[in-house]
Design a protein around this ligand. Structure first.
Ligand code: SF4
Length: 239
């Protein structure tokens, strides 16, 4: 990152201190649209979809179809598409790489080792994301600092070194789970039906399960792994 850009981002974070997610998004979209898009996971960051469309009906939203999503996730993608009358930019994994991986390692390779799980996430999520981010100057996420031990240092605006120094905007960085749900309910935002069945965090079907009372909200993601490995590579730098 250049020194100049680092200073600009530092100043932006200072200016955006105490601002609402909508103010953060407006700042980012005024500056960067149409080279900015939300990476929507089909989970609770539907709140961000609603906010962005209200700021600019031409807001760009993309999502990664790994080929292993739950039916409820496909359903909410279409419900959002219909409600906001928008095209969702759906990104798919490279078919040759996916076929090669599955033939070599099996359909459910991710249960066999962390390395296999990371390979699957890389081919099905990270590479399609990299392809999309290569066309943008900035991306928006629904990340929150309170979601995981891997996310406590999250800022409102960051330089994403993991994806070539692109700007990353996290308007919900300071929000809690409850604030997001208050927003979804108050604004009648379509959401993934799995949330009604104790799935607070939703990824691919074979890698997500419902959580039990009192469990961490990300306990259902890659539940067979330890908490410090539980990122798919979308929000951490590849080693
Ligand atoms: S979450 Fe599971 S199925 Fe989805 S890309 Fe990662 S390892 Fe593969």
């Amino acid at each position: 990152m250049s020194e100049e850009l680092a200073k600009e981002i530092e100043a932006a974070n200072a200016d955006l201190e105490g601002k609402t997610p909508q103010e953060i998004l407006k700042w980012a979209m005024d500056k960067l649209h149409p080279s900015i898009a939300l990476a929507w996971s089909g989970a609770e960051d539907v709140a961000v979809v609603d906010m962005m469309v209200k700021i600019n009906p031409e807001a760009r939203i993309f999502t990664l179809d790994t080929g292993r999503l739950n039916p409820e996730t496909y359903d909410v993608i279409d419900r959002v598409r219909d409600k906001y009358n928008m095209n969702i930019e759906v990104m798919f994994p490279d078919s040759e790489k996916t076929e090669e991986m599955v033939r070599a390692q099996g359909m459910n390779l991710f249960y066999k080792s962390v390395d296999n799980r990371k390979l699957c996430c890389k081919i099905r999520k990270v590479q399609p994301l990299r392809r999309q981010l290569g066309t943008l100057d900035a991306w928006v996420t629904g990340l929150r600092a309170d979601q995981a031990v891997t996310r406590t240092a999250l800022k409102r605006v960051e330089i994403d070194e993991a994806f070539g120094g692109i700007i990353k905007v996290n308007p919900l960085a300071e929000w809690t789970h409850e604030q997001v749900w208050d927003y979804i309910k108050a604004n009648d935002v379509p959401y993934n039906e799995l949330h009604n069945n104790n799935y607070p965090s939703i990824g691919c079907a074979p890698c997500t399960r419902a959580v039990k009372e009192g469990e961490d909200i990300r306990a259902g993601r890659w539940w067979w792994e330890s908490p410090d490995t539980k990122e798919c590579g979308l929000h951490v730098k590849e080693k």
